[in-house]
Design a binder for this molecule. Sequence first.
Ligand SMILES: [Zn+2]
Length: 849
Amino acid sequence: MRTEQPQTIRLTDYRQPDYLIDETHLTFELFEDHALVHSRLLMRVNGGQGALPPLVLHGQELTLQSLAFDEQPLAVGDYQVDAHSLTVQPLTKSFELVITTRIEPQNNTALEGLYKSGGMFCTQCEAEGFRKITYYLDRPDVMSRFTTTVMADRGAYPVLLSNGNLIASGEHEGGRHWATWEDPFPKPAYLFALVAGDLYRIDDSFTTMSGREVELRIYVEPENREQCAHAMDSLKRAMRWDEQMYGREYDLDIFMVVAVNDFNMGAMENKGLNIFNSSCVLAHPNTATDMAFQRVESVVAHEYFHNWSGNRVTCRDWFQLSLKEGFTVFRDSEFSADMNSRTVKRIEDVSFLRANQFAEDAGPMAHPVRPESYMEISNFYTLTIYEKGAEVVRMLHTLLGAEGFRKGSDLYFERHDGQAVTCDDFICAMEDTNGVDLTQFKRWYSQAGTPQLEIEGHYDAATSSFHLHCRQSCPPTPGQTQKLPFVIPLRMALLDANGQELPLYLAGQTQSLGTETVLAVTEAEQVFVFEQVSAAPLPSLLRGFSAPVKLAYPYSRDDRVFLAQHVDQRLLKVYRGVLADSSLDPAMVAEILRLPSEAYLIELAQQADVEAIHKVREWVRRELASALADSFRAVFQRLEEAGGSYSASAEAMARRSLRNTVLGYLMLTDSSDTLLACVRQFVEADNMTDRQAALIALVQSPHEQEKQAALEEFAQRWSAYPLVMDQWFSIQASNPLPGGLERVQALMTHPAFNIRNPNKVRALIGAFANHNLVNFHRTDGAGYRFLADRIIELNQLNPQIASRMLTPLTHWRRFDTQRQALMKTELARIMACEALSDDVYEVVSKSLN
Ligand SMILES: [Zn+2]
C-alpha cells in the first residue's frame, strides 16, 4: 500500500511556464556503469513584471553532480532538490544554467529516459522521460533549440546519433569518440532522442517536391539488415503522400529511423530521429505476416506524418495529446486506405474501435478525447485519445468536405508553425477557413462515452414521405453524469426494393441532395422528412461508420441480409453466393466470412457470459464450415491454383487473407484431406503469412501429434528471430482449447521469454488475457490471479507496461457476480502492494471505485 496518493493534474490548473529555454546544449558521456549528462541552458523569464519567481525544474531518479548559475557554482543550500524537482532562485531576467547529473541507463528497466536495449543506448522521452535524464522544464510548451554531443567508446558504439544534422565529430584518447548534432527547429524535450550503438545502416534518398535532396537512413542490428526494404519503401511513399495530400514536405537534410528491441510503445516521432520498436520496422516475407507488413507501413507513415502534426505544431500540454495523435492516426489511416483496399481498412478500423475503444468508454478509465485530469499521463495513451480522436477528426473531414478540411489544415499549420497549441486552436482554424461554428461539435472533445443513436423510419404513403426519427443519448461516465447532444454526422441513403439509391429531397428543400447525403443530428430528438418517395424505402444508415456511435435501427432480419448483399434472404445463401463470385475483392470476402470477435460480442452484452459467447460462436463457425464445405473447398482450390510464388502486392495479400480464412473453416470439418493440406501449407509455404495461418489452424485443432511437431519445428527454425518467436508465443497463448493457463505458465519458462522485454510480455501475457477469453475467465479465478501476479512483478520493473496489462481486469463490471468478485479480489491485492507505481495506482484505484 502506498502512503500518499499521487497528485492529480488538472487541465483547469494550466499556467504558462514562468521561464523559457532558448538554447539547450547537452553533452553525454556514456559508460558501461553510468552516464554523465552535462547540460547548459540559456534561459529567460517568460514575460512578467516585478519579482522573479523561483525556477522549478523537473527531475526524477537523478544524482546531481554540480550546478552553476552564470558561471557561479551553487553550494548546497543555494537550491532545493526533492524526488521530483530542483528549485533555484534566479537573480536576473536571463541567465545561463549549467547542470551535471549522473544516471544509470543500464539499470533503467522502465524504458523511460535514457536506457540500454541489448548493446545499445537509446531514449524514450515522451511523455515525461526527459526528466530522468537531466533537470529541465519538461513540458511540451517549452520549446528550445538543441545541440547534442554524444561521447562513447568507439569499438562498442561506432554509431552516435541525435536529432537534427551532424555538425562535427572526432576522436578522444582511450578509444573514445564523439559526435555533435544540431537541430535547428525548436522542440519540446519529449522529442529529444539519442542513440549509441553498433548498428548497420541502410541508405536511400528522397527528393522533396521543392527539389531538396533528403538522406534517408534506417539503422538496425546487423543481423536484421535484410528486413528493412519494406520500411524504407513505406517511408518514401508516406513522404510523397504527405506532399500530395497536405502540401507538407520534410524540413531537415536527413531523416533517420532506428529499430530497438526493448520498447514500451510502437514507435516515437523524435525530430529527425525516429526510434521504433523493431516489430514496427522489420518485415521480410520469410519472417513477417501480411498484417505485420501493413503495420510497418502504417507506423512508419504515422511517425513521419508527426513531423508536421506533432513536431512543427505540438501540444501545449498533455491534455491536448489527441491534437497530435487523433489527427495523425486519421492521416495514417487515410494513407493506408490509399495504399491498400479502402473498404477493408475501414472495416478493420471500425471493428477494432467497436470491440476495444467502446469497451474503454464503458469502463472505469473512460475519459474524453481531451481529458480533464490525470495522475500519470502514460495512462492516457489510450484508444480514446488515438482511435476515437481520429474518428473526431474524420467527422470534421466528413462535415467540411475534403477541400474544406484541407484548407482548414493549411491555416492550422500556417498559423501555428513552431508553436505549442490546443485542440481548440485546431478547431478554430477549421471554423475560420470554412465560416462555420463548431462550438457544439467540440463536445466530442469534452464529453466521454459512446453516444447511442436510435433511429426509426416511418413511411407515409398518402404524402409519399419518409420520416427518420433520430434520438441520441450518451450513458454516464466517471465524473460526467449529464451529457449534452453531440453533432453526429449521419451519412445515409434510401434504397428501393431493387437496392437502387433514391434521389433525396429533404422537406422544404427544392434541390435534390443527390442519392447519398450527410445529415447533422444535433438535437436529442430530431426528425428528418424526405419527400417524393414513391414506396417504402430501406434506409442505409451511418454509411462508412460516419460517427463513432452505437446505432440502433429496428431492421428486420431480412433487411439486414438485404443490406449486406442485395440478392438473397438467408445467410448461407449469401455466403455461398459471395464465395462463388470470383470477381469480388478476396480481402472483402474474407472480411464478410469472419465472425465478430468474442471481445466485440462481450462489449455488446450488458452482462457477458464468456462461455456461452465462446460456445455459440464456435458452434456457428462449425455450422458454417459443414454447410459450406463444398464452397470452401472450391475457393481453396481456386486460390491455390491461382497462387504462384509470393508477392507483397495488395492483390496477393487479399488472396492469402481469403485462402487462410477458408482454411480455418475447413479445418473445423474433420477431413483428413484438409489436415494434410494444412500440414503441407505449414511445411511448404514460401512466406510467414501462410505458414502462420497453418500453424494457428493446427494449434487450435485436436490433432496433437501434428500440432506438437509443427510447434517444435517452428521454434527450432526461428529461435534466432525474436519477432517470429513473439508470434509463436502469441499463437499458443491465444489458443482457446482447455488448459490455456497451464500452457502459458509453461511458456513463461521458455528460454526465448523475458519479462523485461515489452514485446514478449504483450505476446504471451497480453495475448492470453486479451484474446483467450474463455481460458482467462476460468471460473476458479486462476487466470485473474496469474495476470495480477505478473502485474505485481512488472510494477517494479516497468510501470507503464504493468499498467497497460491491467485493462482486462478493469472491465470486471461486464461479468457475472462470481467473476466480478474474483476480479475485484485481484485488483485489491494489487492495490495492497508496496511501492505501487503512480501508473498502476491510478488505474487500480479508479477501477475499484
Ligand atoms: Zn503518434
